[in-house]
Design a protein around this ligand. Structure first.
Ligand code: DC
Length: 226
């Protein structure tokens, strides 16, 4: 993708709690690129669906919400949905429970993938974080990273972020979402064959970011290094 030397796209995929958001944000800062949390877009749609009293499994109604929703992801991390700040609401337990069903909807995915590509084109590149960035959104990204960590470490991280939830609840929710996101028909979570796998279980954020900066700077596409 960077053959013309202008656009740099870094794709960061992996399951919930693998450290994607923190790593992607810091990497974007280090590379002076924009950062896009694509999961926040799916969450914004799920939030709007629930707010409208629509069943998340009602494919047609959910698709119309996605196709007409105004989603603004600000640089400070806030998420504005149809003009209202929904930064906290999109992380609620209710949204977390229903977002996988919304993300399995093919029309929702088509709409959001198109918005993600447009966002990247306008900015001349970026660091995008999600589940299908390296496989579907930007299969020709300059660097594809698959971040992972053990289920125990991922659940402990998520429980630490959300003090109202206990470890067992978070672990069960993560396991359910992993299974759903990996088994859905449209663009399931899976590793691109040419993605660099980084297991963050025993690494600090700084170590992960530093190694990714080196990979981008060296223009290295290290291939499947598992
Ligand atoms: O990263 P997250 O947990 O905030 O993502 C919320 C949900 O959205 C998650 O269940 C998977 C889905 N998702 C997706 O299907 N594709 C993406 N590119 C990003 C997230």
């Amino acid at each position: 993708m960077a053959d013309d030397g202008q656009i740099i796209v870094v794709a960061i995929d992996g399951p919930a709690g693998s450290g994607k958001s923190t790593v992607a944000r810091l990497l974007a800062d280090a590379l002076a690129l924009g950062y896009l949390d694509t999961g926040a877009m799916y969450r914004a749609v799920a939030f709007a669906v629930l707010s409208a009293g629509i069943d998340p499994e009602d494919e047609d109604k959910v698709a119309v919400v996605a196709e007409t929703l105004d989603i603004e992801l600000r640089a400070d991390g806030s998420v504005i949905v149809d003009g209202a700040d929904a930064t906290a609401e999109i992380r609620s337990a209710a949204v977390s429970r229903s977002v996988s069903a919304v993300a399995a909807n093919q029309r929702v995915r088509a709409e959001l993938v198109e918005r993600q590509r447009r966002w990247t084109r306008i900015r001349g590149g970026g660091v995008l974080e999600g589940r299908d960035i390296g496989t579907a959104v930007f299969p020709d990204a300059d660097l594809k990273v698959y971040l992972t960590a053990s289920p125990e470490v991922r659940a402990a991280r998520r429980a630490g972020e959300e003090s109202s939830l206990d470890y067992a609840t978070v672990a069960a929710d993560l396991a359910r979402r992993d299974a759903y996101d990996s088994s859905r028909v449209h663009d399931p979570l899976r590793q691109a064959s040419d993605a660099v796998t980084v297991d963050t279980s025993d690494l600090t954020i700084e170590q992960v970011v530093a190694s990714l900066v080196v990979m981008v700077e060296e223009g290295s596409q290290l291939g499947a290094e598992q």
